[in-house]
Ligand binder design. Sequence first.
Ligand code: F0G
Length: 458
Amino acid sequence: MELPYAEPYKIKMVESINRSTQDQREKWIKEADYNLFNLSSRKVFVDLLTDSGTGAMSDKQWAAMMSGDESYAGSASFIELKKVVQKITGFAYFLPTHQGRAAENVLFSAMVKEGDLVPGNSHFDTTKGHIEFRKATAIDCTIDEAFNTSILHPFKGNINLQKLENVLHENPKDKIPFVILTITCNSSGGQPVSMENIKAVSNLCKTYGVPLFFDSARFAENAYFIKKREEGYQDKTIKEIVKEFFSYGDGMTMSGKKDGLVNMGGFIALNDEEVYKKSTVFTIMYEGFITYGGMNGRDMAALAVGLDEATEFNYLESRIEQVAYLGYKLVEYGVPVQKPFGGHAIFIDANKFVPTIPRNEYRAQALAIELYIIGGIRGVEIGTVLADRDPFTRKNRYPELELVRLAVPRRTYSQNHMDYIAAVLKNIYESRDQAKSGYTIIDEAPIMRHFTVKFKKI
Ligand code: F0G
């Protein structure tokens, strides 16, 4: 007898969310200068802005919070977290930071200098920001299939080995501090990297004497996809898969706000003692002493439990299959989305959804605004606004994809919410021909403009 799927948890605490009218939302989004980051969360019904730090902690994590050790130096919670990180990742050295980008800031301060090149698979925006801020260049070596939303490739986060080898071959070793592999790859649509690709990238790095680092924000989700999609891994546990892929690298940066299942936190883990020592100086300068690095003791305690929970199959199945449930609904309604579905989010292809809006009028942003106005749902633009201006020419960069990301917080919304989101999008899709114009920018920051940019309706 085949029974329907049900989540492997029940709910102990609930948080009310607010409904509003379309008229109210039209007024609110205008007041927010059409930037969804500017909206108060109380004006949002279903918040899919990010899956970062927005999930629900378990009863065991909350219990751990109560026994957090807030000592400035040598906190027991630090020691506990370090033990868990070493056990799960296999890396020898560990430095806590307050979140993922802080880990980038510390590590890159130790490793990246002006004129350097950092190859990778579609670097996340803060990663790219931290590279470009140091007057270095991030080189995207992702496979071309990643940029066609209708090609069904199981590992669209993969690196094109030829592209990577060209960079490694054509440049002196001292210009390439490391290769960074983002697992899963957020910027190409929450897409995983295969074990085979990780191994091949690792071999190339070894051949050219360049270290390999992982941007590991969603590493557990990546392991789930390897188990489901890659031959030879069906019978391995998530923890075994995780241990294997990290064994091919030299270190990692981590945002605990994703696969650490906490609201705030991050870390660096690595094998090279020299880089570790250099990094500790920047940790102390930017984050705090090396046994807390910007985190509360209780947050380190919750992260230790979260890392263990996130690397369990039953949790990952409920998490990733909920995202897929939303994806299948949207496909059923004809809405163009990135395929296969991402681990943490569904990405709507705005180039196919609203080709009637000119690209220089930010069509993905226009779609994200419509989604808010019609349904009170907050997604986020991953397109021209996020791609920012070229740091040298100051011209808009037009990425291959214009996406609206619907990031699903972990253990937070029900299947009814997924049905609701899909129904709202179905309605917008059915009247898409009426969308003719978008938005123009009236104010923007010189770097990472998407957080504070202001728009005017055309
Ligand atoms: N790397 C990846 C792949 C990320 O997705 C993020 C954050 C970071 C690094 C930075 O981590 O936020 O803890 O400083 N992504 C969030 C998102 C913001 O919405 O995708 P952080």
